[in-house]
Ligand binder design. Structure first.
Ligand code: GDP
Ligand code: MG
Length: 487
């Protein structure tokens, strides 16, 4: 068969992504709602190539599954004949590489069998007449027979049928000329099944719109996720400047829009792109708020940490002294410089510092008032001390003068004493002199008495002289005695 030859080259044409050795149930037709098989959806979503969808409908046991296996280039696959009874009812799917269109995937959909459907769905028809495939007796084992065992006419008719299908079945295209891939089909399947289950009749136009909505919503989500990831990786909060934040936002926004463009689908009037831009703007706003908060938190923590020693000093009264305010200001300015040197404080750096300083202004004023009061008191004490010292000095001077006077008096007294002692010495000498004179007088008297007999004249003369001497001595003693009494 012509249609089989390209499929035999599976290993050449088969895209590595698709591997379906046999069909899978896509939609299960239970007594309740239709169920979509997630395994089949997963296979559809992995198909990135454009798809050609071939579905078959018709009455039971009319050879539909047999023909679909032929389109797949296989003898076995979709259940043929009696085996159908045991199989899940619904729509079965088999994805194979398209035998004629390179890089396309052929999606074969086999239905379990419907009633009179022909009039309803197919406005254009192309009819093929098949001869009896083989001898009546062999028909039951039809799927096990090779072409050699079949009627060549039948083999030929099947080949023509397959060839026609391959060449005439168009790539699945959605309204607006969009070529559908497996993932579009996946969305369509879900949309159709949801619509049918909820009682709505699926409408192709609305399906495309729904598909666009799904696709574009996903594209927006992907774009936002990309933006978040970019910002999360590159933005360190708080940003040093507003420009840094804006620059990062714009770069991430640009990349996010690129991601959206890549994933969007029929974004009429750029409605979804605008939505995305609005969301990004909101995110930017949010980042501004977070940046502000982060900056405030960092600055508060820094201020608390850096100014802690100053506040501790205030508590301990280090500045409660004359000149304390100047010391306080000096240390405060040193800590301000330390704060200003800290990196990455963000946009609140200056404002947070000013607010902090303002909040401590009353503290500064109190320190200043205390300082002034203590300084004034100290000056007063100094004034008092000065007067005291003056008075003390005066007192000392006076007592010194008194001392000097006393010393002077003492000196005079001492001199007087020396003089007295001298006078006394003279007196003592004079006294001794007198005693000696008296002794001499007694001696002379004794001698005179002994010589009296010898010389009367001489004695009378001597006596006369002696009386004169006596008178003189008396005057001397009298004078000396009067002097002593005077002192
Ligand atoms: N007479 C005849 N029998 C066929 C033909 N194709 C398939 N069959 C046989 O018809 C039975 C039903 O075929 P099947 O493909 O399962 O029909 P389906 O129920 O429409 O899917 C099977 O036993 C097949 O062997 C055909 O072209 N002519
Ligand atoms: Mg069948």
């Amino acid at each position: 068969m012509d249609c089989q030859s390209p499929i035999k080259g599976d290993t050449v044409d088969m895209a590595p992504l698709i591997h379906m050795p046999e069909p899978l149930c896509l939609i299960e037709n239970t007594n309740g709602p239709l169920l979509v098989n997630p395994e089949a959806l997963k296979i559809l979503s992995a198909i990135r190539q454009p798809v050609v969808v071939v579905a078959i409908v018709g009455l039971y046991r009319t050879g539909k599954s047999y023909l679909m296996n032929k389109l797949a280039g296989k003898n076995k696959g979709f259940s043929v004949g009696s085996t159908v009874q045991s199989h899940t009812k619904g729509i079965w799917m088999w994805c194979v590489p398209h035998p004629k269109k390179p890089n396309h995937t052929l999606v074969l959909l086999d239905t379990e069998g419907l009633g009179d459907v022909e009039k309803k769905f197919f406005p254009v028809k192309k009819c093929f007449i098949f001869d009896l495939p083989t001898h009546q007796k062999k028909l039951a084992q039809l799927e096990t027979l090779h072409n050699d065992d079949l009627d060549p006419k039948f083999v030929q008719q099947v080949a023509e049928f397959c060839s026609y299908i391959f060449s005439h079945s168009k790539t699945k295209t959605l309204s607006g000329g969009i070529k559908a891939s497996g993932s579009h089909l996946e969305n369509l399947v879900q949309t159709y099944v949801n619509a049918i289950n909820s009682g709505d009749l699926p409408c192709m136009e609305s399906e495309v719109l729904t598909l666009a909505q799904i696709k574009n919503s996903v594209a927006v989500q992907k774009a936002i996720a990309h933006y978040d990831q970019e910002m999360g990786q590159k933005l360190q909060l708080p940003a040093e400047t507003l420009q840094e934040l804006l620059y990062l936002h714009r770069a991430s926004e640009k990349k996010a829009i690129e991601v959206f463009m890549k994933n969007s689908f029929k974004d009429e009037d750029q409605g979804y792109q605008k939505k995305l831009e609005m969301q990004l703007a909101a995110k930017q706003n949010d980042f501004h708020k977070r940046n502000l908060e982060a900056s405030q938190n960092r600055c508060s923590a820094l201020l608390e940490d850096i100014f802690h020693p100053l506040e501790e000093n205030v508590k301990q009264g280090v500045y409660s002294k004359p000149g304390g305010h100047r010391l306080f200001i000096q240390q405060r300015d040193e800590l301000k410089a330390k704060y200003n040197q800290e990196p990455r404080k963000g946009i609140q750096a200056e404002e947070a510092l000013q607010k902090y300083l303002e909040s401590k202004e009353s503290m500064s004023v109190t320190i200043l008032q205390t300082d002034l009061a203590l300084t004034a008191m100290e000056k007063e004490i100094e004034g008092i001390t000065e007067e005291f010292i003056k008075a003390e000095a005066q007192r000392l001077m006076e007592s010194l003068m008194q001392h000097q006077q006393m010393m002077e008096s003492r000196k005079i007294f001492h001199q007087e004493q020396v003089r007295l002692m001298e006078t006394n010495r003279v007196y003592q000498e004079a006294l001794q002199q007198r005693v000696m004179e008296c002794q001499l007088q007694v001696l002379i008297k004794k001698r005179l008495k002994s010589s009296r007999r010898n010389c009367k004249l001489r004695t009378e003369n001597f006596m006369m002289n002696s009386r004169i001497f006596q008178g003189m001595t008396h005057q001397m003693i009298h004078a000396s005695y009067s002097k002593e009494l005077k002192h």
